[in-house]
Design a protein around this ligand. Sequence first.
Ligand code: ADP
Ligand code: MG
Length: 574
Amino acid sequence: MDGDAAEAIVSDRELTDGFHMVIDALKLNGIRTIYHVPGIPVTDLGRMAQAEGLRVISFRHEQHAGYAAAAAGYLTGLPGVCLTVSAPGFLNGLTALAHATTNCWPMILISGSSEREIVDLQQGDYEEMDQLAVAKPLCKAAYRILHARDIGVGIARAIRTALSGRPGGVYLDLPASLLGQAMDAVEGAESLIRVVDPAPAQLPASKAVDRAIDVLKGAERPLVILGKGAAYAQCDETVRRFVETSGFPYIAMSMAKGLLPDIHPQYAGAARSLVLKDSDCVMLVGARLNWLLGHGKGRQWGEPGSKRFVHVDIEPTEMDSNQSIDAPLVGDIESVLESLLERMDGWKKPSDAWTGAVKAKVSANVDRMAPKLVNNSVPMDFHGALGRLRRVIADNPDAMLVNEGANTLDFARSIIDMYKPRKRLDVGTWGVMGVGMGTSVAAAVETGCPVIAVEGDSAFGFSGMEVETICRYGLPVCIVVFNNSGIYRGTDVNPVGEDPAPTVFVPEARYDLMMKAFGGEGVTARSPDDLERAVREALDSGKPTLVNAIIDPAAGTESGRIGNLNPQSVVKKT
Ligand code: ADP
Ligand code: MG
């Protein structure tokens, strides 16, 4: 940073300290929000950050502050920052840091820590823990800053590591003693670094592009799969041009929905089984062949060896991780797709036999689903309830949709169409429950758009206390709890005693009152008509609202669509 800018930062003080240097370094790099839970030794860091113009959103539990930071990283392409206290607060935030890393989202977890000298000799300090060692295997990199003069470098390294290549989580350890360290203010300001080009373009090799074009030209029944990496890459126009120029049918992974509108004529989401099985060439764009795609093997993928794969990813080691990749395209998605487009003048689109078959399947499946979506049954089933939310989103395409649960997630993903990029935020690569409220806060804070959080009652329970956070900041979040009185279903019975079965909750619990307790709106909806009305009113008012949507306790299925992942016991049920 140059001398003039440094003078400007320090005009009214001669000394600076660790607190202010951390704040100045974050601001210098465009960070505007900190997701936080106050406590020793970072209480003043949060206060001072707010005083210095950062937005500090204070949560009730670090895990949700962390999930908010993870979602903020995904939405903005800048690392989301979570600030926690030492040991237990750090551990609470660590789950979210691992989640961000697994999702390939940029995030920085900053935690205060206890005295190094005492921690390393294990002499029993307040909240003693070697946090750096604990964090290391769970994120892209972990750094500790011991001297105020290194804060600039430390934060620059954290930002560059989080953003470059495959994005991910970074842990930054700030011992309590660092924050109070004094330093000459001008030297301090001059030691800060503004990271230049933290996510540099990575162009694919020309040979790799030629190879991919050959494979794609040879395809008779091609398919594109867009993943959340493609949404994260924020090159929406390039993705659209590639898809439309190629003429390939495409499907979107959960969070890539809306990257092109789900009503696009090439969208084959409603014919997913057909295109996975019958395609002869699959091009993955920012999507991994992990469990969410059955590792690219098994019956859903048709005959073994029946497909060729083209894979676009910034991470070279992703190639061949599950399937042999015929044409690896290592680079950033925008550069790769632009390179392909340069070679696609006069491109011959796939035959009508293929695209026609896909379209016929799509419309047959859409027609089959349609009547279920307009039912007004009481008690509500998932289709009746989600059919209404589908209409609400269609009328409010800018609204952010947060979604978690088992059945609530699986049905919403396939029923609710998305129309714009990065509007859908859900459980991500791990399928983790408990992300809902943190994600909702970030969605509201980072985009300024209204948020509809469609939550299973179990999923909501993990982060329910954050409704206070939502009310405190007056965020335009409408939570819809799909209350079927249990996990998967509310109908299990204990075969031997008085205790409730492990999967059931208090029947028809009044989640709406939780929101009322903090000054928000709480409504119970028993019919699809009630539900639609309540959500539309919440969007109109912009007030924090919880709609307690009472769903038939018998309506769900075990583990939603992934019941097959449950191991089976060989012991006969008595
Ligand atoms: P989904 O769950 O939607 O299938 P994944 O999280 O499995 O998506 O895959 C996202 C992929 O996108 C990751 O392998 C990641 O390395 C990749 N990725 C993220 N950003 C970029 C980018 N800018 N360019 C290329 N690949 C990217
Ligand atoms: Mg439930």
